[in-house]
Design a protein around this ligand. Structure first.
Ligand code: PMV
Length: 309
């Protein structure tokens, strides 16, 4: 039996603008995890994948081409030069909340790739894991930037530019983030598609917003490397305002962002696709419990504290 895990993630800066070529920064969140277990099965069974949380049992040889879970199994077996339908049962569980901008799809796919590689004693570099997972992200999200699979496969903070490249970078001083869930499910594919349509109708309105986000992300990277938490907080606030102007925030997100600031967070913003999902707040050890309380009072359904280092 071979088991592997993968963390969730949050986007710290630059979501949406990243789809249009601007940089973005994402960090792994190890407090939530996807886990995959691969076990040999009876002869003739083929690959069966059990996604307990989704109440799904997938017979891979019968699954349609666009089923992301079956797809990642097929791609990984092909990459390792293995027969397409070995007798294996793959069980997947995950504590990464689904459709909340925490990369649940990429985390589950990454855990599956890693568990299969472990089972066959095949070594896949993090870069290869990321590339395989990207191909299933396309099925989930349409036109993903690739940031989720990168940060989850490398499990390090990444500075990312779509189709240009990415870098893992140093965090000057570890910092605490609170990730708070609005409880509202959001579809990345829909929000990205909606913004795309609005951008195509009014490029002159949206291009400057994306460019402004790009400048801010560059400054944020410097602030993170220097351990300058007050500047980071300020940049998070500015990034949230720009996301509001893009029309991807929501009343629930704005309420939580306001509550975090009232509680004494250094900065706060929505994270990920928006219109629901999670927001993040930068806190210190002193402000953490007060911000947490304010977020719960403002309706957060789940609050995770994670240290980024
Ligand atoms: O909600 P998430 O974490 O899947 O993030 C979406 C981030 C976007 O920038 C909106 C889209 C993308 O592909 O990067």
């Amino acid at each position: 039996m071979s088991t592997a895990t993968a963390p969730g993630k949050v986007i710290l800066f630059g979501e949406h603008a990243v789809v249009y070529g601007q940089p973005a920064i994402a960090v792994p969140v190890g407090e939530v995890q996807a886990r995959a277990t691969v076990e040999p099965a009876d002869a003739g069974q083929g690959v069966v994948l059990i996604a307990a949380d989704l109440e799904r049992r997938i017979v891979v040889r019968q699954a349609p081409d666009d089923d992301p879970l079956a797809h990642i199994v097929r791609l990984t077996l092909e990459r390792m030069g293995k027969p397409p339908d070995p007798d294996l049962t793959i069980t997947v569980t995950s504590s990464v909340p689904i459709a909340r901008g925490m990369g649940s799809g990429a985390a589950v796919s990454t855990a599956i790739v890693r568990a299969l590689a472990r089972h066959f004693r095949f070594w896949l570099a993090a870069r290869e894991v990321s590339e395989l997972v990207y191909q299933t992200e396309v099925l989930y999200h349409g036109t993903p930037s690739g940031i989720d699979n990168t940060v989850i496969a490398f499990e390090k903070p990444v500075y990312f530019i779509k189709e240009v490249g990415w870098e893992i970078f140093w965090v000057g001083k570890p910092f605490l983030l609170i990730v708070a869930d609005t409880g509202v499910v959001s579809s990345t594919r829909e929000v990205v598609g909606d913004l795309r349509r609005r951008f195509e109708t009014e490029p002159d309105r949206y291009s400057p917003l994306f460019a402004e986000v790009g400048r801010l992300v560059t400054a944020a990277r410097v602030a993170i490397e220097q351990g300058d938490l007050p500047s980071m907080g300020e940049l998070m606030d500015r990034n949230h305002r720009l996301l509001q102007e893009m029309g991807v925030s929501s009343p629930e997100l704005d309420r939580l962002v306001g509550a975090a600031r009232e509680g004494g967070a250094l900065g706060a913003k929505m994270s990920g696709a928006g219109r629901g999902g999670n927001m993040i707040a930068l806190v210190t050890e002193e402000s953490q419990s007060r911000v947490e309380m304010m977020l719960r009072l403002a309706g957060a359904v789940r609050v995770i504290v994670t240290e980024v280092r």
